[in-house]
Design a protein around this ligand. Structure first.
Ligand SMILES: [Cu+2]
Length: 286
């Protein structure tokens, strides 16, 4: 009944509850637009209730209770407080939810997008399971009532030996379940700091025709998360792009901006008649 946790530069609040359970991590947030982080400005320490980061306005803390093991359901509790330690009581929905939680393995081999339930008094709860031993980063995306959307970065570690990092596949076409997805961009070469259209073309894997059963997902034509490959993920490595409204059958466009050079992984999520498909691709930005 032991839980390990990573020490992370931006974290200072660690909560231990009872000997056999739990832990965790918290982080800061800046309320600047997280869709375009360009400065890695989240590397600031928070101590107790104060912060040196002038724009930081909330702190989230993750508590995992019980035994943490791969492929085992574990309850997650996320408490969101202001920088004085007061619970944030009210949140606004965006994209149909009060909190979007993206969980990735630190080498970006696994991805999970879930929606914790709001329990009141700043507390969100959800159950999940981690697919293998190793380090995980959780990006919790929420909007305190009347305020800008915020992203808190949380860390978890599942004991055991992490699998080897799979080789990165840069192919731009792949099949995901019953869907053949192709990824392209409005620019022939991706350059850091440049706005680009990210274009997913979705065909039915069997008929090779553009899919016609695309339904809104979280109120939009699709959902796109982009994360930069780094040794230790920070909030600045996370990009949440929004879908454009009117595009032809089988095509979903997003606008984004890759802030820095490097390798990025993209997870596009689409709703085919009630079934969510996740199309994942790697790209290099120069
Ligand atoms: Cu979500």
């Amino acid at each position: 009944m032991k839980l390990l946790f990573t020490a992370l530069a931006i974290t200072s609040t660690i909560l231990l509850t009872q000997g056999c359970a739990s832990v965790v991590q918290s982080t800061d947030n800046s309320k600047s637009d997280h869709h375009n982080h360009s400065d890695g400005s989240n590397n600031h320490d928070h101590h107790g209730g104060h912060s040196e980061l002038e724009s930081a306005s909330t702190i989230a803390k993750l508590t995992l209770s019980g035994k943490i093991a791969a492929n085992t359901p574990v309850p997650l509790v996320i408490d969101v407080k202001d920088k004085n330690g007061q619970a944030i009581a009210y949140f606004d929905k965006f994209q149909e939810q009060l909190m979007h939680l993206i969980i990735v393995g630190d080498n970006l081999d696994t991805f999970n997008h879930i929606h914790p339930t709001y329990k009141g008094n700043g507390r969100f709860e959800v159950q999940t399971s981690f697919p293998h031993p190793g380090n995980y980063t959780l990006f919790s995306d929420y909007k305190p009532a009347g305020k800008a959307e915020e992203v808190s970065l949380l860390k978890a570690q599942v004991p055991g030996e992490a699998p080897n990092t799979p080789k990165i596949d840069f192919s731009s076409t792949n099949t995901f379940g019953n869907t053949l997805a192709n990824l392209k961009f409005s620019q022939p070469t991706l350059k850091a700091g440049q706005e680009v259209n990210v274009i997913f073309n979705l065909q039915d894997a069997a008929t090779k025709q553009p899919i016609k059963d695309l339904q809104p997902y979280l109120g939009e034509r699709g959902h796109l998360v982009i994360i930069k490959r780094t040794k230790s993920l920070t909030r600045a490595d996370y990009i949440h792009a929004h879908a454009l409204k009117d595009t032809p059958d089988g095509e979903v466009n997003f606008i984004t901006n890759f802030p820095q050079r490097g390798d990025y992984k993209l997870w596009g999520q689409f709703n085919r008649n009630g079934k969510i498909i996740t199309a994942e691709f790697w790209v290099t930005v120069q």
